[in-house]
Unconditional design. Structure first.
Length: 450
C-alpha cells in the first residue's frame, strides 16, 4: 500500500482547526470552485483508512459522515483498493452501452439475489443516485404508458431536472431553475414525530393513506393516470425519518390495486446501512423498481435501477449511459457486496443498536433533543428549541455539528434540524462510544451557551 497506515482508531488533533494548509485550500476553493456546494466546516481531506480521515495538516478525524453514506466499507478498504487496481490495470472503460463485459452480469446476479422479490430482474447501471432515479422515472412512464408521478414532501431524489421534480426537501434546491416536470404531486410523509395531519404516531401513516385516496386520487390525479409513487423507506436528506412499516405495506397494496409502480429510492438507506440489505425489508415490501447508489461501490460512482425483467423491457436506445456501470466501479461494487455479506451488515445492526440505545437517553437528558430514530447505522437526532413546541432548532444543530468537528468527529446535518450518523459500516464499539460521548459533550456545551 502506498503511504503509511493511519495508526489510530480515534481522533488525534493538534493545534486549532483549520490548520494552515487547510486554511489555504479553503481560500483557493472559494476562488475556483462552484459555491453551490454546502460545506458545514473546513475539513480538508488528504487520506482515509477505515473510519479515519487525515487532513492536510495531519489531524486525524473519526468519520461518521462517510462521504454522505458513500464509503460503506470504510475508506480505502484493502480489498476494494485491490479490486479497483486489478480492474484498472485490465480494462477501465469500453461502455456497456455498446459492448459486453461479464462484470455487468456478475453484479446484476448478486443484486437480483439480495433485492426483495423472487421474479427474475434486470439492472440498469448509472453513475449516481440522481441518474438511477432518472432511469426509474423514464422506465415507469415507458412501462405504464402513464405520465403522473407521486412523491413525498421532504423527500430527496436528486438534483437533475427529472429527479429534482420529485425532490421536495429544501426550496433552495429548486429556486431559480424554472419549471420542472409536470404531473408530479407531493403528499405528506408519515413522519411519526411530526404527524402531518396531527394526531398520534400510531395513525400517522393511516392519515397519509387516507389523504392519498380521498384527496389526491379524487381531486388531483386519477390513479389510472399515475405511473409511479416514489418513496424513501427512510427519508434521508429529509432528516433520517423511517416510514412506519404498515404504511409502506398499505402503499404497496394501493399501488398494486391501481397498477401504479412502487419505486423505492434506497440510494441512502440501501445496501446494509440499516442493518439489513434494504430498509424495505423492515416492512416486507417488494418494490416494483429500486434505485440504489451511494454505498454500493464504497465510494466509486455507481448507481443502479433494478426492476422485474418483465417490467424492464424497453427497446434498445430507450435509455443508456456512456460510463454507467464502468468496469472499475463494478469491481468496487463486487468487492463491497463480499464485504457486506462477510460481516459488515451484521456489524451495522449490532453497533447501530449500541449507538441507538445510548441516544435513547438523550431525549430525557437534553432539553433540545426532540427525537432520536433510525435503524442500523442510519441514525438521526432531531433538535428542537423546546420539546413542547417542537420548533426545529436549526442553528443549534449546526453549532453542534461544528463543535463535533473540533472534537475530531465528522458528522452531517439532515433536514431542518437533525444530525445524522452514517459512518462506514465497519465502525467498532469504541468508535461508536467515542462518537456518542463527543455529541453528548457538544450538546451540553451548546445548550449551556444558548
Ligand atoms: C434518497 C436519495 N436519492 C437520490 C440521491 C441523489 O444521489 P446523488 O447525489 O448520487 O445523485 C440522494 C442523495 O443524497 C438520496 O439521498
Amino acid at each position: 500500500m502506498i503511504g503509511t497506515a493511519i495508526d489510530t482508531k480515534l481522533p488525534r488533533l493538534h493545534g486549532t482547526l483549520p490548520g494552515p494548509k487547510a486554511k489555504e485550500i479553503v481560500a483557493l476553493d472559494g476562488r475556483h470552485i462552484s459555491p453551490s456546494y454546502t460545506r458545514s466546516y473546513p475539513l480538508v481531506a488528504k487520506r482515509g483508512q477505515g473510519a479515519m480521515i487525515e487532513d492536510v495538516d495531519g489531524n486525524v478525524f473519526l468519520d461518521f459522515a462517510a462521504g454522505i453514506a458513500g464509503v460503506s466499507t470504510g475508506h480505502c478498504h484493502p480489498k476494494g483498493v485491490e479490486a479497483i487496481q486489478r480492474q484498472a490495470a485490465e480494462l477501465i472503460h469500453i461502455s456497456g452501452t455498446d459492448f459486453y463485459y461479464s462484470q455487468m452480469i456478475e453484479l446484476a446476479e448478486k443484486l437480483e439475489k439480495v433485492t426483495p422479490g423472487k421474479e427474475p430482474k434486470r439492472v440498469f447501471y448509472a453513475n449516481s443516485g440522481t441518474e438511477a432515479v432518472e432511469a426509474a422515472i423514464k422506465l415507469a412512464r415507458y412501462a405504464t404508458g402513464r405520465e403522473k408521478l407521486i412523491a413525498f414532501q421532504g423527500c430527496f431524489h436528486g438534483r437533475t431536472m427529472g429527479s429534482l421534480s420529485l425532490t421536495a426537501s429544501k426550496a433552495v434546491q429548486r429556486k431559480g431553475f424554472g419549471s420542472l416536470l409536470s404531473g408530479v404531486f407531493h403528499i405528506p410523509y408519515p413522519n411519526q414525530y411530526r404527524c402531518p395531519f396531527g394526531g398520534g404516531a400510531h395513525d400517522c401513516g393511516d392519515d397519509v393513506i387516507e389523504h392519498l385516496e380521498k384527496v389526491v386520487f379524487k381531486k388531483l390525479a386519477d390513479p389510472s393516470d399515475v405511473a409511479a409513487i416514489f418513496v424513501e423507506p427512510v427519508q434521508g436528506e429529509g432528516g433520517y425519518v423511517p416510514a412506519p412499516p404498515k404504511f409502506l405495506r398499505d402503499l404497496a397494496d394501493i399501488c398494486a390495486r391501481h397498477g401504479i409502480l412502487l419505486v423505492a429510492d434506497e440510494v441512502q438507506s440501501g445496501m446494509g446501512r440499516t442493518g439489513k440489505w434494504w430498509a424495505s425489508e423492515y416492512a416486507g415490501i417488494e418494490p416494483d423498481i429500486m434505485c440504489i447508489a451511494k454505498g454500493i461501490a464504497s465510494g466509486m460512482p455507481l448507481g443502479a435501477t433494478i426492476a422485474r425483467a418483465s417490467l424492464m423491457n424497453w427497446k434498445p436506445g430507450a435509455h443508456a449511459s456512456t460510463f454507467g456501470g464502468n468496469p472499475v466501479c463494478l469491481a468496487a461494487a463486487l468487492a463491497t457486496v463480499d464485504l457486506l455479506e462477510g460481516g459488515y451488515i451484521e456489524n451495522a445492526r449490532k453497533v447501530g443498536e449500541r449507538l441507538k440505545s445510548r441516544m435513547q437517553g438523550w431525549t430525557e437528558r437534553f432539553r433540545t433533543v426532540g427525537d432520536v430514530r433510525g435503524m442500523g447505522l442510519m441514525l438521526g437526532v432531531e433538535f428542537v428549541t423546546d420539546r413542547k413546541s417542537r420548533e426545529p432548532a436549526h442553528d443549534l444543530r449546526d453549532r453542534i455539528v461544528e463543535r463535533a468537528f473540533h472534537k475530531g468527529l465528522l458528522v452531517l446535518g439532515a433536514g431542518e434540524s437533525t444530525l445524522r450518523f452514517c459512518p462506514p459500516l465497519l465502525v467498532n464499539e469504541e468508535q461508536v462510544d467515542f462518537a456518542a460521548s463527543a455529541i453528548e459533550e457538544a450538546i451540553a456545551e451548546v445548550e449551556q451557551a444558548a
